[in-house]
Design a protein around this ligand. Structure first.
Ligand SMILES: [Zn+2]
Length: 348
């Protein structure tokens, strides 16, 4: 019995109020069963590859926007997961990296190249395509990071990425900044996200992006737009994906433009490559600032563990260990403030 079959059989045994499953398409594996382990973005899973909502959203953007991955040199700012596996199979050349404290950028650590996105060690114009998911909110100086990513992209090159994004906010919410003494000055109650390498609740979120995100990209030279969530993702759990292009000069050959039918879902008039400037907020009642600021004071590590237990707990011991691990790993990358917020709600 394959992992896939056992996963489906195991989940079918669950009696969980929020659980749902339906046949669907995964951008990485094709036909699959999509699982909703709970009514939140972090609860979405592909039953075959265990990709979550963020990776699946990025995957669909890749499928619709990049016509010729096999002819492209790609840089992905992580080193594992379903997106990395997909790029490994299909890109002409793939560069991966992680950020490790205390390791010199450009050198390897446990076989993975270390890079600081604020000071990349790559030569100018090294890549055709750059992808990253839930990275830039963790970078102290995102202006420098965007400038560096622009520098290492070739003219006409494309960057697809996700960040916590709230199009209904006029401005990005800066949560922290580097103080004059080099320390961290918190402007909001600190929010920490999980990280596979560093553990639960260990990575500070410096900001949550608002509708000015395309302006921040334009400030370093990008032309940018926001793709609406893919219609292939059910239960309204898809993410908007940001698309930024280093202006090509003459041609955008190789990259397909956004379909008009997708654009009509969005509002705003500034368009580049057929893309809307802003993406309509998801109508799920979870997109605004938390109504109760005290949820942000939840202990992030305890909240993360509690959240993970609620999702994985019911399948632990029911499914094989490797299947449970497959569900746990993407949860480690669940970068969302909804995490402590949902936990706080569930305790009320
Ligand atoms: Zn999949």
């Amino acid at each position: 019995m394959s992992i896939h079959s056992r996963l489906r059989a195991g989940l079918a045994m669950l009696r969980w109020r929020e659980f749902a499953a339906r046949p669907g398409q995964c951008p990485f594996c094709g036909p699959t069963v999509l699982l909703r382990l709970q009514r939140s973005e972090a609860g979405l899973r592909c039953a075959r590859c265990a990709a979550g909502a963020v990776q699946i959203s990025l995957g669909w953007a890749l499928r619709t926007q990049v016509a010729d991955l096999g002819a492209r040199d790609v840089y992905e700012l992580s080193s594992r997961g379903p997106l990395v596996a997909h790029l490994t199979r299909h890109a002409r050349r793939l560069q991966l990296s992680e950020y490790f404290d205390g390791i010199a950028p450009g050198s390897e650590h446990h076989g993975v190249r270390c890079e600081d996105v604020q000071a990349l060690s790559f030569a100018d114009s090294s890549f055709d395509l750059i992808t990253h998911t839930e990275v830039l909110e963790h970078v102290p100086d995102d202006h420098r990071a965007f400038a560096e990513l622009y520098r290492v992209l070739r003219p006409g090159g494309l960057m697809l990425f996700t960040v916590p994004y709230h199009p209904e906010w006029p401005q990005t919410l800066e949560r922290a900044r580097v103080a004059a003494d080099g320390g961290i000055e918190h402007l909001q109650p600190p929010a920490y996200h999980d990280d596979l390498l560093r553990g639960q609740g260990r990575v500070l979120a410096w900001r949550d992006y608002g509708a000015d995100l395309p302006d921040r990209l334009a400030a370093v030279g990008f032309e940018a737009g926001v793709l609406p969530p893919s219609p292939n993702i059910p239960w309204q759990l898809g993410r908007c994906v940001v698309l930024a292009q280093r202006p090509p000069g003459a041609t955008t050959a190789g990259f397909r433009h956004c379909e008009r039918s997708e654009a009509v879902q969005c509002f705003g008039s500034w368009q580049i490559s057929g893309l809307p400037r802003r993406c309509a907020p998801r109508d799920d009642g979870r997109s605004g600032l938390p109504a109760n600021p005290s949820v942000l004071e939840t202990d992030p590590q305890a909240a993360a563990q509690d959240y993970r237990d609620r999702i994985v707990g019911p399948v632990r011991g029911v499914l094989p260990d490797d299947a449970v691990k497959g569900i746990e790993e993407p949860l480690c990358g669940a970068c969302t403030n909804a995490l402590p917020a949902n936990t706080a709600k569930s305790r009320r």
